[in-house]
Design a protein around this ligand. Structure first.
Ligand code: COA
Length: 569
């Protein structure tokens, strides 16, 4: 079928649908919802049989949905309607939620229902539910809706509130006051839930150090306490704030900028750098007390000759400080008596490379970019040159840009079947990239395929990545069973009779590679290009980074996504 994805942005859900529908043999094109005339133009040029709207912030023009069936993906159960569906579900502590795929009509989210699916809720942030449960259910319901439409016999279900099965209802846009935290009254559990209902957008409106802020990235704390509302401690990028019954950690905040608009989303201690020196810094040991509830970005544990290193960096972004801490943890892991080290990343992202927000906030973004890319390169180098144990990168969540290539530094790369990879840098203002990608990518995928991946700048599924040799294996299981499956795989390697042979083989291969072309020369050549990106005459990277971190709305759909526009240009 000819399918047009009409979307506010090519976000993770749109990427997943684009990848799956294309792989299923449909002809798919993308148009950003910029204005009605542009949408009409896209429909005229592409002539879609169906329009799919995975992520819209406004209504589809009437003449468009009147003439072409439009399937809207709504992150809510049947009957739920309104623009803050998932926010209410998290805030109200719903235990089951869902996704509904309905046909657009004159009333928001009230059209006939083609498919729906429910899922159990987890106690995590809205952004995490969106990236996992909602995305999985959306992919299933869109697939099912298309099959039903193609069958020609299925009749969609009208929304009928008299049906006792219909639990959902209309809910308004959630306002700041609906989730404002009362630090003198709310328990830690309530404060956490309020912040999670607003994470990644729009954040919870609050005050810190007398300044208006939006709060994000909340973590529980099981030991610290203080006077309710007081900021009682800091650790790495996060601040700890007391509640009536304990405390919570706040990892990221957004302050007002001098012009009165909202500034960058930043690690909380960086945003309040000038105010935190008085606060006690509470250390934490990444390798002990595994069951603690606290702010812990890096955690290491061992079991059956395998070490597991998790790095749960918000949005998968890795600043210089985070890279350095990661590097220390990795050095620790590779000196422990384990035979395999598994790099587990975070639950939502494995890694998205350099921390573009921290770079943007630095006095010299060019210098900070340079420091950041070198810090990531150092990690990649440590992984590549580990010659006495097997390193496995296990991707539970998506990876993008340098984050993908960092994963490829491992000996084995495995990913959950729902993972989407963006193995390219060019979307960030023609960034050349480093992380030894010129060594790692062609070695795995071949020279031709490597060129296609980096030039096309498109997402690929884990399955496709395995087919082209970019990764070694896809693990098809539920999200909850992924880590146990990785544990079984890693223990299999650690305890395999051929383990010594694996180590010998890897060592010999690395020596041959080094003789053919030293690792250092790959890095030096990549960094020459990066120097130009950071310090050269062409400002594209700095402009693209600014647009990205401030989420400047798109003014057109890029041609690599809008297939229908390529023909016209
Ligand atoms: N640095 C800082 N923040 C990053 C980031 C990075 N490298 N990559 C993603 N993020 C943040 C986004 O700003 C966004 O923040 P929000 O919480 O305010 O919404 C959040 O992560 C989610 O990103 P988004 O772009 O909405 O996710 P996606 O799933 O739609 O797209 C990517 C994933 C990887 C394609 C996209 O995030 C991306 O291009 N990231 C930049 C990768 C990059 O160029 N890294 C630098 C070179 S190594």
């Amino acid at each position: 079928m000819r399918l047009l994805l009409l979307t506010h942005a090519f976000n993770s859900l749109s990427q997943r649908l684009w990848v799956e529908l294309s792989e299923a043999g449909h002809t798919v094109s993308v148009e950003f919802d910029i204005n009605d005339a542009v949408t009409r133009e896209a429909v005229k040029w592409f002539q879609p049989e169906i329009i799919i709207a995975p992520f819209l912030k406004r209504a589809i023009p009437e003449d468009v949905w009147q003439n072409t069936p439009c399937l809207v993906v709504h992150p809510g159960i049947i009957g739920d309607r309104g623009p803050s569906a998932l926010d209410w579900a998290v805030l109200n502590n719903e235990r089951r939620w869902g996704v509904t795929c309905l046909q657009a009509n004159a009333e928001m989210d009230a059209g006939d229902i083609w498919a729906w699916q429910e899922f159990a809720m987890r106690d995590v942030a809205k952004r995490s539910l969106y990236r996992h449960e909602v995305t999985e259910a959306a992919a299933d319901t869109v697939r099912q809706a298309l099959e039903r439409i193609q069958s020609g016999t299925y009749r969609p279900r009208p929304l009928d509130y008299s049906d006792p099965e219909v639990r959902g209802r209309w809910r308004p846009f959630m306002k700041s006051d609906d989730r404002r935290i009362d630090w003198k009254m709310d328990t830690a559990e309530v404060a956490l839930r309020k912040i999670r209902s607003a994470d990644g957008h729009p954040g919870v409106a609050d005050e810190l150090f007398g300044e208006a802020v939006h709060l994000y990235d909340a973590w529980p704390e099981d030991r610290l306490s203080g006077s309710p509302g007081a900021i009682i401690a800091r650790r790495h990028g996060a601040l700890c704030r007391a509640t009536v019954d304990g405390a919570v950690w706040i990892g990221h905040v957004r302050k007002k900028d001098p012009a009165g608009g909202w500034g960058l989303k930043l690690p909380a201690t960086l945003a309040f750098e000038h105010r935190i020196s008085e606060l006690p810094e509470v250390p934490d040991d990444f390798a002990s007390d595994h069951h603690r509830q606290t702010f812990r970005e890096i955690a290491y544990r061992e079991h059956n000759h395998v070490g597991y290193l998790e790095f749960r960096f918000y949005n998968g972004a890795m600043s210089v400080d985070q890279c350095e801490r990661f590097q220390r943890a990795f050095e620790y892991a590779r000196t422990q008596p384990v035979r395999v080290v598994v790099l587990l990343g975070g639950a939502d992202f494995w890694s998205n490379g350099m921390h573009l927000h921290v770079i943007e906030a630095a006095p010299s973004p060019a210098d900070e970019s340079w420091r950041n890319i070198n810090a990531i390169d150092d990690i990649a180098h440590a992984i590549i040159t580990t010659d006495d144990r097997v390193i496995v990168a296990a991707l539970r969540g998506n990876a993008g840009a340098g984050g993908v290539f960092l994963a490829l530094a491992a000996d084995q790369v495995v990913a959950h079947e729902g993972v989407i990879l963006n193995p390219h840098y060019k979307n960030m203002g023609n960034l050349y990239g480093s992380e030894y990608w010129t060594y790692l990518l062609p070695k795995r995928a071949g020279v031709e395929c490597a060129a296609t991946l980096t030039e096309n700048r498109l997402p690929i599924s884990a399955r496709r990545a395995a087919e082209i040799g970019l990764i070694d294996r896809v693990i098809a299981t539920s999200a909850a069973s992924f880590v146990p499956a990785v544990e079984a795989l890693a223990e299999g390697i650690a305890n395999s009779p051929g383990y010594a042979e694996i180590i010998r083989g890897k060592d010999e291969q690395k020596k041959r590679d080094e003789l053919a072309k030293p690792l250092a020369s790959y890095r030096a050549a990549e960094l020459e290009h990066m120097k130009l990106n950071f310090y050269g005459f062409d400002p594209s990277y700095h402009v693209a980074r600014y647009n990205f971190v401030f989420r400047v709305p798109h003014s057109r759909t890029p041609l690599h996504l809008a297939a229908h526009r390529r023909k016209q240009s």
